[in-house]
Design a protein around this ligand. Structure first.
Ligand SMILES: Cc1ncc(COP(=O)(O)O)c(C=O)c1O
Length: 402
């Protein structure tokens, strides 16, 4: 069982580095009175991404895969180069074999796997593990596949993923007992969108054995921490570009193509979202130059600061892991998402109060599956542009409501 440790990390000497990066986000520098703390919903865009989009639209815009004139050829190349960019960003150990398919985001990515690949992989009597307290986007598609197969006479059993109540982490020990030779597909999330925990994917692989397909919802990890496929042993990764500093409507599925049939998204998908794809390449360049390891240290340190501050305020209950976690801790780590409730003020009301002080946070059930929280909460989610000052100011406003 994973446990929680209490350490207070401080951003320390990274302040200069972070200030230089934050200065590259025009929406933030243009609104110094506001604190954007909702990056798990969508992230803000650096100037380099805005410039890449403008340059593309003013110099090269054409359709991809159609036409033989230079703008069309260049657009086709940009799309193909971005597939390779995604592979490199993910440290794909076998890029010759893998596929990268562009989507509008994680939801469409997971749906595409569920619709176009999973039915051809499962046979009667197989089991699939569904993370029932994760984001709806990582639950519904798998249940739909189960229903679709049942209509055709193929019966697949859904094993609800076990969780540890205190931390919101998966219960790897119980999962290892549940999973057997018929457990062939396991849907998991890399970083939980409510509890903020890194869900320890290597332990999922240990629990389910070497043959099961693992499909990773990386919506909250891509761009927030180094994601290296070499160390993960997963078969699919789906993520949203817009949460990783690219434009809305961009995203991708990476498919390893090592277990089961080839991943061939079906149907004619029409003109690709070329501008989104261009923005994704620019965002991945920006993130890599900034250093995802440094981004992780920064946001984990801020989340620790917020968690530790909240623990001293009796009026608040923190969801998931109760204490902050050091980036170098051997146990489950809280990433840059902290979710809490006031014991008396409703979360919706708290959201209004916080916005009156300039804080933009999310206050609802965060699209969590029905096995998750039964009431609303306030979620603070961070990215590299979030500041110590924002966290300290938020804590002092929260303290006045105690
Ligand atoms: C863990 C997780 N999965 C999936 C999604 C869905 O992402 P999108 O709306 O970009 O498809 C989200 C969005 O918040 C998420 O946090």
């Amino acid at each position: 069982m994973t446990s929680c440790v209490n350490t207070t990390a401080g951003p320390g000497e990274s302040g200069e580095w972070q200030r230089a990066l934050r200065a590259q986000f025009p929406i933030l520098t243009g609104h110094p009175d506001l604190a954007y703390l909702d990056s798990a919903a969508t992230a803000q865009k650096p100037q380099a991404v805005l410039d890449a989009v403008q340059t593309y639209l003013t110099t090269t815009n054409a359709n991809a895969g159609r036409g033989t004139y230079p703008w069309a050829n260049r657009t086709t190349s940009l799309v193909e180069e971005t597939r390779d960019r995604v592979r490199r960003f993910l440290r794909d150990p076998d890029p010759e074999r893998s596929a990268v398919h562009f989507t509008s985001g994680t939801t469409e990515g997971l749906r595409t796997i569920a619709r176009d690949w999973l039915p051809g992989f499962l046979v009667d009597g197989d089991e699939i593990v569904v993370p029932v307290a994760d984001h709806q986007a990582n639950i519904e598609p798998w249940l739909e596949t189960q229903r679709q197969l049942a209509r055709q006479g193929t019966h697949v059993r859904v094993l609800p993923m076990p969780y540890q109540q205190a931390s919101g982490d998966y219960d790897h020990t119980v999962l290892a007992r549940l999973a057997g030779p018929r457990t062939r597909f396991v849907a998991v999330t890399h970083v939980h969108h409510v509890y903020g925990g890194d869900m320890n994917i290597p332990r999922i692989r240990e629990a389910v054995g070497p043959d099961a397909v693992i499909c990773l919802d990386a919506a909250q990890s891509i761009g927030h921490l180094p994601v290296s496929l070499a160390g993960l042993d997963v078969d699919f990764v789906a993520f949203s570009g817009h949460k990783a500093l690219a434009l809305p409507g961009s995203g991708a599925v990476w498919a390893r193509q090592a277990r089961g049939p080839r991943f061939v998204p079906g149907g004619w998908s029409g003109t690709p979202h070329t501008v989104g794809i261009v923005s994704l390449a620019a965002a991945l360049d920006w993130l890599e130059a900034a250093g995802t390891d440094r981004i992780e240290r920064w946001t984990v340190a801020l989340a620790s600061r917020l968690t530790d501050g909240l623990r001293h305020l009796d009026a608040y209950e923190i969801l998931g892991c109760q204490t902050s976690l050091a980036a170098d801790s051997p146990v489950q780590r809280r990433q840059g998402i902290v979710t809490f409730r006031h014991r008396e003020i409703g979360s919706g009301d708290l959201g209004f109060i916080l916005f009156s002080h300039g804080f933009m946070v999310r206050c609802d059930q965060h699209c969590q599956g029905s096995a998750g929280e039964s009431s609303e909460s306030v979620r603070v989610s961070l990215h590299v542009y979030s500041t110590v000052e924002e966290i300290d100011r938020l804590l002092s406003v929260l303290a006045t409501l105690g």
